[in-house]
Ligand binder design. Structure first.
Ligand SMILES: Nc1ncnc2c1ncn2[C@@H]1O[C@H](COP(=O)(O)OP(=O)(O)OP(=O)(O)O)[C@@H](O)[C@H]1O
Ligand SMILES: [Mg+2]
Length: 369
């Protein structure tokens, strides 16, 4: 699986640009703020259905424009497939797969797989729980695209239920609230079950990477923290039952605070090194290593699930990582994945790392020769 061609129109600082890539290593060189990360972000969008950094799609549309597009040609085992995304300022985003308009956004996903290593990764460890939930969700979407549907549906149900909590008369509207309880528990359970499952797999694969990077000194363990599955539960029915029970238990509090207090939108991913919480006890260096291990875990998981090597998008890793972690990364990179690396200067690479690779130079949202 590799990306052959990318065409950006009104995307971020690109008015119109076309890139052709090597199936091996592509090195993207350019000064700060010239558009290097924007290219990786667009590629990532094709695989995860969202940006790895922007909260809202509207930010991706070039200032002053209305419609952005990411169009691509992908090679899947020798078969060519085009993937296209159209992001509008005032309408729903649209997609085309193989030139055909698709009405389910999840049809885009599962066609191209990518893992991004970027300076923002540290936020998965250091940032708020929403960063960790997003990391899990982005991973799940790539291995089971229909999850995108349930995840979006959960957001909708949650929003509706919160509106009801804000506007309802607590003496007469309890029946409608109970209906939304059942919806929330049903859809929320799908989200929880997927996240628990992916956490188990990631925990094992990230721990293997972490062991190697720390030369055996540290054992990493991941746990999905979720009130309704606390203590380990058997199967979705049990989770859904406990979800409803928890909603009933906290009903009064929810009615008082007029907001949904139970569900996967409040869950978290806990990361321990040798039994201690990395967020509270980890050094800066340990936290960076965990961020890297999580991404290696994600990469391995995708590879095992889809039986193909995901694209590796390495944003600015040369400036971000110390030599040990860099060399570990570069070792992994020579493993047959299609790779995209950004850097401000070519001389941040060892000459042997550059030889024979496709080098592209970017300036002000344009490809320069
Ligand atoms: N919606 C947008 N419309 C127009 N320009 C945008 C938009 N979003 C971002 N930009 C511009 O894109 C540029 C940043 O691009 P990018 O993040 O790809 O830079 P970079 O080459 O990775 O830089 P660095 O080396 O600092 O990481 C900035 O100049 C920014 O103003
Ligand atoms: Mg950048």
């Amino acid at each position: 699986m590799h990306l052959e061609k990318l065409e950006l129109t009104n995307y971020r600082n690109y008015g119109g640009a076309t890139f052709e890539f090597s199936p091996d290593v592509n090195i993207i060189i350019g000064g700060n703020a010239q558009g290097k990360t924007n290219i990786l972000e667009a590629v990532y969008f094709l695989s995860a259905g969202n940006s790895h950094r922007a909260g809202s799609d509207a930010l991706l549309v070039k200032q002053g424009e209305n419609l952005a597009s990411i169009r691509s040609e992908v090679d899947r085992d020798g078969r060519r497939l085009s993937l296209e995304v159209f992001i509008s300022m005032n309408e729903k985003k649209r997609i085309k797969v193989g030139g055909v308009e698709k009405y389910r956004f999840s049809d885009l996903l599962g066609n191209l797989h990518a893992v991004i290593f970027s300076p923002e990764d540290l936020q998965i460890v250091k940032g708020g729980p929403e960063r960790r939930r997003a990391f899990l969700d982005d991973t799940i979407v790539q291995i089971s695209p229909t999850y995108h549907y349930w995840r979006r549906k959960y957001d909708r149900v949650l929003r509706q239920r919160n509106i009801l909590l804000k506007t309802m008369n607590r003496n007469v509207d309890i029946e409608s609230l109970e209906l939304w309880d059942r919806n929330l528990a049903e859809v929320g359970t799908k989200v929880i079950v997927n996240r628990i499952h992916v956490t188990e797999r990631l925990s094992q694969l990230s721990a293997e990477a972490h062991k190697k990077i720390t030369k055996g000194a540290e054992t990493l363990e991941l746990n999905y923290i979720c009130r309704v599955s606390e203590g380990g539960v058997e199967g979705p029915q049990e989770i859904e039952r406990r979800f409803i029970k928890e909603l009933i238990r906290r009903r009064k509090e929810e009615l008082d605070r007029k907001i949904t207090l139970v569900g996967p939108h409040r869950d978290d991913l806990m990361m321990n090194i040798n039994g201690l919480d990395v967020r509270s006890f980890g050094s800066q260096g340990q936290q960076r290593t965990v961020a890297l291990s999580l991404k290696f875990g994600q990469m391995k998981l995708i590879e095992q699930e889809v039986k193909a090597k995901p694209l590796l998008l390495l944003d600015d890793v040369m400036s971000e990582l110390d030599e040990d972690r860099q060399s570990y990364l570069m070792q992994m990179v020579r493993d047959g994945n299609q790779v995209f690396i950004t850097a401000t200067h070519l001389d941040s690479f060892a000459p042997a790392d550059v030889a024979g690779h496709n080098i592209m130079r970017i300036k002000g949202g344009k490809l320069v020769d």
